[in-house]
Design a protein around this ligand. Structure first.
Ligand SMILES: NC(=O)c1ccc[n+]([C@@H]2O[C@H](COP(=O)([O-])OP(=O)(O)OC[C@H]3O[C@@H](n4cnc5c(N)ncnc54)[C@H](OP(=O)(O)O)[C@@H]3O)[C@@H](O)[C@H]2O)c1
Length: 254
């Protein structure tokens, strides 16, 4: 039987890299983002059946429409990847952009996580991978405050749902991908320049899919970020927040 993988934010970066990897593994793909031309172009290059479904996921009615479209399909993998960021002082940053970010990074992810887990639980199989960020594993992120807060939400929700699934011996997987810098269009839309060297979207997606199949709940595809998160646990939170603040300021004022 045909098995589907659904990828949100597939028109560029990590989402497009996921599409390329999963196409090679034989999944039929449902590719979602706003830029239809980009999705069509990607679909043409992939060696598998692709359905392009343009949608603005910052609109909850669009999320509901997408879910209706996939509800009866045998979706094995759902990747909540679409996301945006914004860098700058909280008092200055655009409230409109922040509200859009909250709709996309939190509400859409929450909606699809709930609906997909409910659907997969009925069949007792399937994978939900939420793309958070290493930002979501830190206590907070001055000068990128809303983005860090949205990704903390994603990481927290994912870990809680993963524990509940384990406690009822479910075969359904949920995990979160928490990368550090990845070289994509994110920098441009979030108005940042990385202060650390980024990894490629392909490396990030390949690592994430391997760890997902091993049922790892928190996936960090970069050794430096992994050790930063590990040692961060032993530091006072106020110190860590000051450190992040310094790092973030470098991104906007360099
Ligand atoms: N790059 C990094 O350093 C990094 C690090 C940690 C986590 N992440 C996370 O990784 C995920 C993917 O980002 P990326 O780095 O691959 O950046 P990207 O190249 O900018 O990709 C973002 C994707 O999200 C889609 N998107 C944005 N707004 C949307 C909306 N309203 N509705 C539907 N789709 C929307 C974009 O497509 P359209 O514009 O065509 O809609 C695009 O396909 C994000 O959740 C991001 O927070 C990135």
């Amino acid at each position: 039987m045909k098995k589907y993988a659904v990828i949100t934010g597939a028109s560029s970066g990590i989402g497009a890299a996921f599409a390329k990897k999963l196409a090679k593994q034989g999944y039929a793909l449902i590719l979602i983002a706003r830029r239809k031309a980009r999705l069509d172009n990607l679909a043409k290059q992939l060696p598998t059946e692709c359905e392009v479904v343009p949608a603005d996921l910052a609109d909850i009615d669009e999320c509901k429409r997408i879910y209706k479209y996939i509800a009866d399909k045998p979706v094995e993998i759902f990747i909540n990847n679409a996301g945006i960021g914004d860098c700058g002082p909280f008092l200055v940053n655009s409230l409109d952009k922040e509200m859009q970010m909250i709709q996309l990074n939190i509400c859409a992810v929450h909606f699809f996580t709930k609906r997909m887990l409910q659907k997969m639980q009925k069949a007792d199989c399937g994978y939900v991978l939420n793309v958070a960020s290493c930002a979501g594993l830190l206590p907070s992120g001055p000068y990128m405050a809303t983005y860090y807060a949205t990704k903390s939400y994603v990481a927290s929700l994912t870990r809680a749902a993963a524990m509940e699934l384990k406690e009822c011996n479910s075969n359904v997987y949920i995990g979160c991908l928490c990368p550090g810098p990845v070289n994509t269009e994110f920098n441009h839309t979030a108005n940042v320049t990385f202060s650390l060297k980024g990894i490629s979207a392909n490396t990030c997606a390949a690592y994430a899919l391997k760890q997902m199949k091993k049922h790892k709940t928190v996936i960090i595809p970069n050794i430096r970020i992994k050790s930063m998160v590990f040692f961060g646990r032993f530091l006072p939170q106020s110190f860590l927040i000051r450190l992040v603040s310094k790092q973030q300021k470098k991104k906007i004022y360099s």
